[in-house]
Design a protein around this ligand. Structure first.
Ligand SMILES: [Fe+2]
Ligand SMILES: [Fe+2]
Length: 265
């Protein structure tokens, strides 16, 4: 059976372009995915108004959404909020607990989302994220409970694969540990944060990154999102890009699985 997912990221309400957001919803309705993975940075400054706008957008999605936060969904320099109640507005508007993994299952699909954004980090750049051992254990437990033939998807914000223009931004912290533990256990790792669309294979896993879906925070390329179609041992990542008028097919990458390992075609 074919499973179709949509991957959207870095919506950045507060810096959203309303015409692009409307066109994105229209394109998603047409694509009719079984699930929409929302890979974080729903807001620009984590304000109540931005979360309310993000919530209204999520309510319009034509499929169940699995939503994880990004670094912009933490109060930036509102230090008391950042350390005292970092996820208060997230919980209020989005309704999930960023401290727990979230799971969505559908026919042929198990998807788990984890929070990789952190209140602080042991480096100067607190926009960087991390994945930890309890999160990996929760992900593996959800995958282990699913039928063996299901597509196994991890949804996060920070990237497991970088591309030359963003090499300096850093992989998600502990990505090496995560890739070792997820090897042969997961199929697809979805992320955002870089605002660039690309995909590839790392340690036998397909990694797909989508650009900023509907904000004006372009990092050298237009708004985009991904449609991912998986059918047994065949998977395609199709990037749909904003062309000034609507979202249209831009680029397509194909992957095949042999045993537990995926490779690019
Ligand atoms: Fe972002
Ligand atoms: Fe980010």
């Amino acid at each position: 059976m074919t499973v179709r997912l949509a991957q959207i990221s870095d919506l950045h309400f507060g810096r959203d372009v309303p015409a692009v957001a409307r066109a994105l919803l229209a394109d998603l309705r047409e694509a009719a995915p079984a699930m929409v993975a929302v890979c974080g940075d729903l807001t620009q400054r984590a304000t109540a108004a931005e979360f309310a706008a993000a919530r209204a957008f999520l309510d319009e999605l034509p499929a169940p959404a699995l939503v994880v936060p990004g670094n912009h969904d933490l109060p930036g320099w509102r230090v008391w909020s950042r350390f005292g109640r970092p996820w208060r507005l997230w919980r209020l508007h989005i309704g999930t607990d960023p401290g727990e993994a979230v799971t969505h299952t559908a026919d042929g699909l198990v998807a788990v989302g984890v929070t990789t954004a952190r209140r602080w980090g042991p480096h100067h750049d607190w926009s960087r994220g991390r994945i930890n051992s309890p999160q990996l254990a929760a992900i593996l437990a959800a995958f282990a409970a699913a039928p063996r033939d299901d597509l196994r998807v991890l949804v996060a914000h920070h990237p497991f694969l970088l591309t030359p223009p963003v090499l300096g931004r850093g992989l998600v912290g502990r990505s090496g540990l995560a890739l070792r533990r997820l090897g042969g256990q997961a199929d697809l790792l979805l992320g955002g944060h870089t605002h660039l669309a690309y995909s590839g294979v790392v340690n036998g896993l397909v990694v797909a990154q989508s650009g900023t879906a509907c904000s004006d925070r372009h990092k050298g390329e237009p708004n985009s999102y991904n449609l991912i179609d998986a059918d047994g041992d065949h998977l395609t990542v199709s990037t749909r890009r904003w062309n000034g008028d609507r979202f249209a097919a831009h680029q397509r990458s194909e992957y095949l699985r042999a045993g537990h390992e995926w490779r690019a075609v």
